[in-house]
Each structure stands twice: as C-alpha cells, then as structure tokens.
Design a protein around this ligand. Structure first.
Ligand code: SF4
Length: 590
C-alpha cells in the first residue's frame, strides 16, 4: 500500500472527521514511524483543512516526530524523582548499550533514545517507556538485557521490568473500598438529575485536582446551560510530576471511574462522555476498553441504562500525545477537538462553552469515583469522613526519599508529619506538596493538614531527604515548566527562561543580591501575569523556596561588597580568533 493510500484509509476510518485529527495523526504516526511534510500534506488534503492546522497539531505534542526514528523508541523519564533514583546512570547505560546519545538514533536505525517528562511511575523509578510499554525499577545492569531483548525482536513485554506495581499501600474507605458495579448508577437513575446534584451538594464534594471547586455547582451550571448537547469529560491526563494515583485507580477501579462518568452524564444531561487518557498510560487502553465493553454488555453503558428508557450514555477514550498543559481543562478540550493543546480564554467556562462549544463538565478521575460512591452510600456517609470543608478522602502519590513510595488514601485533615511517618521519611528536609505547581514545605510546616482549608493538593507528594540539593531540584522543576509552556503568553514563555538563567547563575555561585531580587521579581511577574494555570504556578518552586529556604539562596550569593564585572577581552576572544583581529581593550571593564 502506498503512503497516500494508507493516509486515505486512516482518514476514512475516522469518518473524515476533523475533530478526530488527534487519532488520525496518532494512527499515521504509529503506521509510518514519523510525520513528514508530505504526510502532513496528505492529511490536510484528505480532511479538507488547512495544512497549518495539521502542522500545528503535529509540532505541539512531544510524542510526535517529524523525522525518521528508530523502530523502537526508548523514552527515559528524567523527572526530578527519577534523577534522584538514578536516571542519569540509566541514561549512560542506555547510551553505551545502544551506541548513541540521547536525542539520537542508533547507526542501524533500530533504536532511538529520548528523554521524557514524568510518566507516572515515580514510585518505581527509574522508569522508561519502550514503544509505550513501561519498564520500571531499572538498574544499570538491566539495561544491556533490555537492549538485547529489543534487538532480538522479543520486545520489552517479555522482560521482568515490564511490570507495573500498583503500590497501593493504604486503601481507604472511599476510592478503594469494595463497591458493586452499577449500584451508584441504579441509585442515580432512581432519582431526578436535580436530586442527584442535590445529593452531591449535600456531600460537599469538591474537585480533587487541587482547586477544590464544588462538584455539584459545576454540574448544576452545566445542566442549566441551554444547548443542543451536553458533554462530560474525565480528565485522566495526570501530568503533574510525581503523581501516579490515576494510574492505580484506572488499573484497579476503572469501573468506578466509568460509573462516576455515567452518573455525571445523567446529572448534567449528557449522552456522551470522554475519558482523556495521557499518552504515557496508553498501555492501560486494552484494559479500559475491556471494562467499557463489559459495562455495555451489562446495560450500564449505551442505550436505556439500567432498563430506563431514554437514559443513554456512551464513553469514548481519547488518547493524548504528551503535553502537560493538556491537564488544564480548556487545553484538554482543544486537544480533544483535534487541535494543539492551547488553553482558552475564560470566560466562557467549559460548563458554558466547552467541547464543540457545548456545555461540558470536566472532572478529575478521583472526583468522579467519589461522586459514584456518594450515590452508592449516601451523602451522610461521605460527609462524615474528613473535615467540615474537606469531606471524604484524598489520594496521595508519595515518592522520593522515603522507604515506602506508593499510593495512600487518607482522610482529609491528616498532617504532613503523619504521612512522613507512614512512608518512613522522618528525616525529610522538604516536601514538595502538589507537585512542582504546588509548594515546597519546610519542616516548620509538617504539622499542617492536607485539606482545602490548609494545604490543598492534587496529590503529588515528593520527599527530599537531607542529602538533596534542594535548589537544584527547584531548577529542574522550573526547567520542566519552561519546556512545557505552550508559548502563548510572554510572562510564561519568556519568564520561565529568565528564571532559569537567574537560577543558573545562583547555582553556579555567581549570583549577587541583585540577582536574587530580580529572581523574586520575575517569579512574581510570571505568577501574576500568565494566562493559565501552568504559568500562574510555574514560579511556585522558586517562590516557595525563597520563602521557606531563603538561607539556601543566601549562602550561594557573592558577598555584598562584590562588584559584578564583565571581562570584555575574554568575551571578545572567540570573535577576535575568527576575524584575526586583536582585542583593543585589555582592561577589565566594570
Ligand atoms: Fe501557554 Fe504558559 Fe500562557 Fe498558559 S501561561 S497560555 S501554558 S504560555
């Protein structure tokens, strides 16, 4: 089959639907190995859209390549926790075994080595994705075996490292307690949609992504927005470094997630739901599709749910392609519509104009599980767990310098100290609560409680032991944001790069008090002037360490009487060598 025929077949497979561009591009990439300018041209002609729209999409996502790659692509996670656990040594071992550097393809064209951001395996780091298959707990001595298995054609699935452990170390009463499939949905359809929303309101359920918006209010706004169609989206794009709880929920409680989506669909008046699954979790897709198929067979998905005529709901899983910003709900919607994941201006909010400009409720995986459990067991039961303003439980993904990394379901109100005890990390120097976009806590904060009224968190808990260079970790977090910025607005796009330059200078012991003041000022600008949540939180690692660990910055500064100088002769050396001219200035210029 020629490439033109392949593209035509793929475009036809997705009904020539422009909004399925993500799937079209993903399928073409999987078939052809990369997306050349000719391929982009063929897709744009077949879909009848502008070439720029396809190029825009292809160039935005980390998992698409525009030049030929190896048949096997190894993506090694180089997030902060992974580096703490030895990812740099693993990288060296891969370079030796494959015979090329990261960012390159082996001479025989068989294997490409790439770095990638957090793949949701920080509890079993270092980890990598090999053509989408996760390999965990890697040790340098494993690497030659991994490469040999790939070269022999066996594939990574045959390796013992291709095992993903749930590491569910503390199941709680809400998410991981046993539940009966369909019970929540039956309880929902026996009420009116308004009564379902009232029950969720009575339970005082708040969104688990970190912001804590009341779920009942979101559903109510969505339901009341006048439109032809309504939609529900489950945001399973957990890209916050250090978080992996959705991976565990989707592995062991997928039914509960789909049940929550179906309840949400009934409440807001939606007949279609989408689960937006991050590309890093593609390996979960067959399992999730199986669960959906089973629900269809049992009458819990599709038409006339639970035997109630006219109560219809269907779910489609949409895979992403590697972009942290798509965790932001409006960026996720753009991505779901087959575009680059650029956040939208708000208002209008998704509950007014979301997917295809129709009212859309976007909810977190954990929130939807809670909603299902509330319908199943009642608002009174749920609201007795946790605190007054933070009812229920919270899932924490704990990683870093601790004896027991894994997932913990805790009641809201638990202190950081208690968590550190439970995971064996009593000597922690700092805790990054809520991932890089959260805050870096000092021991003086360890008595604080995880709750919306004190320490709200999306669930990532990274622990830094006394041996860590905390500022180096903050630098790596900032690097992550600079890399993931969609580039739309200047404070985020330029500000994160300026922050890196200042941090670089301070980390190299070349910083002055003036640099520190500028660092603070730039960080404030990035936080207050950026357009979306990514930029508004990108400076948090720096701002919270400036506040809680100021001495770490102070001790790296040049003395106050130091006068910054610029060595012009040295700076001109290279230019003089090229031009053959002699530097005319031999003095150091201040
Ligand atoms: Fe894009 Fe950053 Fe601006 Fe958000 S803040 S729109 S990610 S550039």
């Amino acid at each position: 089959m020629t490439e033109a025929e392949i593209i035509k077949q793929i475009v036809d497979q997705f009904g020539k639907d422009r909004s399925r561009l993500m799937d079209i591009v993903r399928t073409a990439h999987a078939k052809l190995g990369y997306l050349s300018e000719e391929t982009i041209g063929r897709i744009h002609s077949a879909l009848g859209i502008h070439r720029v729209e396809v190029r825009d999409m292809v160039s935005f996502y980390a998992f698409f390549s525009r030049k030929p790659e190896g048949k096997t692509v190894i993506r090694l996670c180089n997030a902060v926790v992974e580096r703490m656990k030895g990812a740099d040594e693993i990288a060296k071992a891969f370079e030796e075994a494959v015979g090329c550097k990261f960012g390159q393809t082996s001479a025989d064209g068989a294997i490409s080595l790439k770095y990638t951001a957090c793949i949701g395996m920080s509890d079993q780091a270092p980890a990598a994705l090999v053509n989408g298959v996760p390999l965990t707990n890697l040790r340098p001595e494993d690497v030659p075996k991994v490469v040999a298995a790939i070269r022999s054609g066996k594939g990574p699935e045959s390796l013992k490292q291709a095992e993903v452990d749930n590491n569910l170390l503390q199941p709680g009463p809400v998410i991981f307690a046993p539940s009966e499939r369909g019970e929540a949905l039956r309880a929902a359809v026996n009420r009116t949609p308004e009564e379902v929303i009232t029950e969720i309101n009575k339970a005082r359920l708040r969104g688990r992504g970190g912001a804590g918006f009341p779920t009942a209010m979101k559903w109510d706004f969505c339901r009341k927005a006048k439109a032809d169609e309504h939609f529900v989206i489950c945001n399973a794009d957990e890209g916050e470094p250090g978080t992996f709880k959705d991976r565990v929920i989707l592995t062991s409680q997928a039914d509960l997630v789909f049940e929550g989506m179906t309840v949400a669909g009934y409440a807001v008046g939606a007949k279609q739901g989408f689960l937006y699954l991050r590309a890093e979790y593609e390996y979960l897709l067959p399992h999730l599709e199986n669960v959906l198929a089973k629900r269809r067979r049992l009458g819990l998905l599709g038409k006339d749910l639970c035997g109630r005529e006219g109560v219809d709901f269907e779910i489609r899983i949409q895979l992403g392609a590697g972009a942290y910003v798509c965790g932001e709900e409006s960026a996720l919607i753009e991505s779901l519509e087959g575009k680059r994941g650029a956040p939208r201006d708000r208002p209008p909010f998704p509950v007014q104009k979301g997917y295809r400009n129709q009212p859309t409720s976007v909810n977190n995986v954990e929130t939807l599980c809670c909603a299902a459990r509330i319908l199943e067991k009642g608002a009174d039961w749920f609201s007795k767990i946790g605190t007054k303003d933070s009812t229920g439980t919270k899932l924490l993904s704990v990683s870093g310098d601790c004896k027991h990394p894994g997932v913990f379901e805790v009641e809201y109100g638990v202190t950081v100290e208690k968590i550190l005890e439970a995971v064996g990390a009593e000597d922690a120097q700092a805790v990054q609560m809520g991932g890089p976009s959260g805050q870096c806590l000092a021991p003086k904060d360890f008595g604080r409680s995880i709750s919306f009224e004190d320490l709200p968190t999306g669930g990532s808990v990274m622990i830094f032991g006394p041996q860590r260079d905390l500022l180096e970790c903050m630098y790596q977090f900032t690097e992550f944001f600079a890399e993931e910025s969609c580039g739309w607005c200047v404070p985020c796009r330029v500000g994160t790069t300026l922050l890196l330059k200042k941090m670089d200078k301070i980390l190299e012991d070349r910083g002055t008090r003036g640099d520190l003041e500028q660092l603070q000022s730039i960080a404030n600008t990035v936080k207050t002037m950026s357009r979306c949540g990514l930029g508004q939180t990108a400076a948090n690692p720096i701002l919270s360490t400036l506040q809680n660990f100021s001495s770490l910055y102070e001790e790296r500064l040049k003395p106050d009487d130091f006068i910054p100088a610029f060595d012009l002769s040295k700076a001109l050396e290279e230019a003089c060598a090229i031009t053959g001219r002699k530097p005319e200035l031999e003095e150091k210029h201040v």
